[in-house]
Design a protein around this ligand. Structure first.
Ligand code: TXA
Ligand code: MG
Length: 312
């Protein structure tokens, strides 16, 4: 990826002044600020309208930097070796003398950490003397941003600078795994749980709000384009947008394809862009065809299920 060093330096100047900058990552764009600064981190919560009890992910350049703040263990090292920088977030124990702002963790003694792979975010992290706290760059409960324009739409002039790194290549957030004790999968994402399981060579427990799935009314709304969404639909209503995984000659009107030929990776990459497009095209509701619950299709289904909790 081509990049412009002067833009990266501009981002550094703003971040050094305890302000926020949106940064590109291969999963989704992040709303970043100095994770060691209370003042900087408070701005993230305010801009995103994020509840203070929801802790942030902190982004590091390398292992050496991480070790200043967190305790690492064997499971972590196995996964880090295999997946390196990439779409995976690890929850680790915080060191007692870590400089991470307590606002990042809501005073917890664990920290979610990630090493983004995107060239521009890595160049930026390398220049800084501190790691970056960065939730997804979108308004709380809404659809994440996967390009410059998405971030601009959500934050407008309230955000001083967006570092443009093109379109996020994965398009959905990182997989989150807690390694504080036994491995627990907390969020489906860019890396398949089966690959994590194989690398660790042990079982991983799941804690994906399962109890809420059996009582969907209680599941928290998230990843929402701000429209009602109906899932597993074979025949859409007349004025509904119909979201398909691949082209289907039977449906021509009001149809959106996540991928031409049903490629699930491509579908994940297009998911948030297309949900935003449907909203812009002024549809009042969305019907989604059944999507295969395999590979990254599981992540797509997870996001759509949470988005379907919208009720006006
Ligand atoms: O791909 C990603 O992970 C993107 C990019 C920007 O890195 N970030 C992202 O952040 O998705 P956010 O804030 O939208 O989602 C982070 C999730 C939240 O659901 C939060 O509750 C959880 O991580 N989290 C953060 N710290 C945690 C902790 N110490 N223990 C358990 N969960 C944690
Ligand atoms: Mg988010």
């Amino acid at each position: 990826m081509k990049y412009n060093l002067s833009n990266i330096k501009k981002a550094k100047i703003i971040l050094d002044k305890h302000d926020c900058v949106a940064i590109p990552t291969e999963t989704v764009y992040g709303l970043a600020a100095n994770a060691y600064s209370d003042k900087a981190v408070k701005k993230i919560f305010k801009l995103k309208r994020r509840p203070v009890y929801n802790p942030l992910i902190v982004h590091y350049f390398n292992l050496k930097d991480l070790k200043r703040d967190c305790l690492i263990n064997k499971d972590f090292l196995k996964l880090f070796k295999k997946f390196g920088p990439g779409p995976i977030t690890y929850v680790l124990k915080l060191k007692k003398n870590s400089k991470i702002s307590q606002i990042v963790t809501n005073k917890k003694n664990t920290l979610a950490v990630r090493f983004p792979k995107h060239t521009i975010s890595r160049k930026l992290l390398k220049l800084l003397d501190y790691p970056l706290a960065a939730p997804s760059a979108n308004i709380s409960t809404k659809v994440s941003s996967v390009n410059y324009q998405n971030v601009k739409e959500d934050f407008g002039k309230k955000l001083k600078f967006i570092l443009n790194g093109g379109r996020s290549s994965i398009g959905v957030e990182s997989t989150i795994i807690s390694l504080v004790n036994k491995p627990i999968l907390l969020r489906l994402g860019g890396i398949e749980p089966s690959k994590i399981k194989k690398t660790l060579n042990k079982n991983i427990n799941l804690k994906l709000n399962k109890s809420n799935i059996s009582s969907p009314g209680q599941m928290k709304l998230h990843y929402s384009p701000g429209l009602p969404i109906r899932l597993n639909i074979n025949i859409p209503k007349k004025n509904e947008a119909y979201l398909l995984v691949k082209k289907n000659k039977k449906f021509k009107k009001n149809v959106y394809h996540l991928s031409k030929n049903g490629n699930l990776k491509e579908a994940a990459k297009n998911l948030y862009i297309i949900l935003r497009k449907i909203k812009k095209d002024r549809f009042k509701s969305i019907a989604v065809e059944k999507i295969k619950d395999i590979g990254i299709g599981k992540t797509i289904n997870d996001r759509l299920l949470r988005a379907s909790k919208f009720n006006g």
